[in-house]
Design a protein around this ligand. Structure first.
Ligand code: DX5
Ligand code: ZN
Length: 226
């Protein structure tokens, strides 16, 4: 059975109590803190930056997964690395030099990855697999929490799973996570896992409920049945 990781998106947390929120959600069994960065330019919303990453860093030892929805990308990468990010992903359309940005993230000590919007083709993976630690498939258009899962994403996850497995067969010892983000709930997480995802972002599904552990346990139960 694959190792499944649950990554709550703090976009749907109570920003007035963010330290407590990240502690609670990790104590409730989550694996990774998903940190959504929006710039009101690449996406039509504005959220949180390196200062907030730095502020939550002491509250948990869990990995912080920074999802950059910003353009340009490179200027802000070292700031997030210094603020304690462990994983940094970006959208290939937002970088003029994708290989350079991936290398920049790794040079700053973080794991690097590309994010694919629902309509973004996968060809951006073609020549950079050696620099990729994580691939994030969006199952909503980026910009907001609480949107509905786009079912077409399942076929895309399956295609990425084939690419990753073919790559890993040629490069044993490497690890590449396959993450899905957008509209993930207890009732569709298993379908995403069957398609090949192993890391699951969930914002509103977790933070809209009073009992985070109950939701995370239910997600793990659904994953155990895959
Ligand atoms: C969307 C963000 C997602 C979002 C997930 O642009 O990247 O991480 O917050 O929220 P839910 O799970 O509510 O779709
Ligand atoms: Zn995200």
């Amino acid at each position: 059975m694959p190792t499944y990781r649950i990554a709550p998106s703090i976009l749907s947390a109570d920003f007035a109590r963010l330290g407590e929120e990240v502690r609670n959600v990790i104590a409730s069994g989550a694996d990774i803190v998903h940190f959504d960065v929006m710039d009101n330019h690449y996406v039509p919303n504005l959220t949180i930056g390196p200062l907030v990453c730095q502020a939550i860093r002491p509250h948990v030892t869990a990995l912080i997964d920074v999802h950059l929805m910003v353009k340009p990308v490179d200027r802000i990468v070292p700031d997030f690395a210094k603020a304690g990010a462990n994983i940094i992903t970006f959208h290939p359309e937002a970088s003029e030099h994708i290989d350079r940005t991936l290398q920049l993230i790794r040079d700053n000590g973080c794991k690097a990855g590309l994010v694919f919007n629902p309509a973004t083709p996968l060809h951006y993976l073609d020549h950079v697999m050696d620099k990729i630690d994580i691939i994030l498939i969006m199952s909503v258009n980026p910009g907001f929490g609480g949107q509905s899962f786009i079912p077409e994403a399942l076929q895309k996850i399956a295609e990425v799973r084939r690419r990753i497995d073919a790559y890993l067969a040629r490069n044993p010892g490497r690890e590449i996570l396959l993450e899905v983000d957008g509209g993930i709930k207890v009732d569709n997480i298993a379908a995403a896992a069957r398609a090949g995802a192993n890391t699951f972002v969930a914002g509103s599904a977790i933070f809209s409920q009073p009992d985070y552990k109950a939701v995370i346990d239910a997600m793990r139960g659904a994953l155990a049945a895959v």
